[in-house]
Design a binder for this molecule. Structure first.
Ligand code: URA
Length: 240
């Protein structure tokens, strides 16, 4: 494993500025393998060296991978002048510089958003060539006809856009809201894709929730706005 400077290690793992990391070092609170470390440029091997601050071990994670149940009304962006973002909702222990949502949901769409600081991983799952399936529940105002679902499955052309073949299955009818629910899986991630496809069928969607990315489903115990870190197995299952 490549070595990194101790001030950089501390700032990335504790989510503090490099200046504050240097203050900790100067203050004599940091040890590496039990020895006091006070030089900012001291190289550490993040996999082997035991770093502690005030006697408390600081584990090392090169990247963070987070699942969020996005509520309606927040935008899938790292920063926004006027709107609340998914990054703003992260609890303190999951905050770190460089996090961004890997794939966007519209402001009014709810459900599974993956947040990471691993650009290569994000690129991999978002690349159109990888065809990572994303599953959604769609709420519509009317039932689709068989001809319409066949059109959806066959790869629809809307204007100049040719959408890839997609999967659609009826889920259930909700009599309280008078809505028809469908389970839909798409393998591309075009802007407003499902809104455009359902509008083109003449059955505009009235609500949308993402349930699954690749082999990983949204954790049903996460309430809207809540997030948790993924296990390494879960991270691998996204691509699977
Ligand atoms: N399709 C949409 O129209 N919106 C989303 O947020 C995701 C897929």
């Amino acid at each position: 494993m490549e070595k990194i400077r101790i001030d950089k290690f501390l700032s990335s793992q504790l989510n503090i500025s490099r200046t504050d990391a240097k203050k900790l070092l100067r203050g004599g609170q940091v040890t590496v393998n039990g020895e006091k470390a006070d030089k900012a440029e001291l190289p550490v091997d993040a996999d082997r060296d035991a770093v502690a601050v005030g006697g408390k071990a600081v584990g090392y994670k090169k990247h963070l991978y987070i699942m969020m149940n996005k509520p309606a009304g927040v935008v899938s962006a790292s920063r926004d002048e006027n709107e609340k973002t998914v990054i703003d909702l992260l609890p303190e222990p999951l905050r770190r510089a460089g996090l961004f949502p890997a794939g966007r949901l519209d402001k009014d769409t709810t459900g599974f958003v993956l947040i990471t600081d691993d650009g290569a991983f994000a690129h991999d799952i978002l690349s159109p060539r990888r065809h990572v399936p994303k599953n959604y529940t769609v709420w519509t105002q009317r039932a689709l006809t068989d001809a319409e679902t066949e059109r959806f499955r066959g790869g629809m052309t809307v204007g100049d856009t040719v959408f890839e073949k997609a999967e659609i299955e009826p889920d259930r009818y909700d009599p309280d809201e008078n809505r028809w629910l469908y389970s839909v899986t798409i393998r591309e991630g075009r802007y407003h894709q499902l809104k455009i496809m359902f509008a083109a069928l003449g059955a505009p969607l009235v609500r949308l929730r993402r349930n699954r990315i690749g082999g990983l489903a949204l954790d049903p115990s996460l309430l809207p706005g809540q997030a948790r870190e993924l296990t390494p197995e879960e991270v691998s299952s996204v691509k699977g």
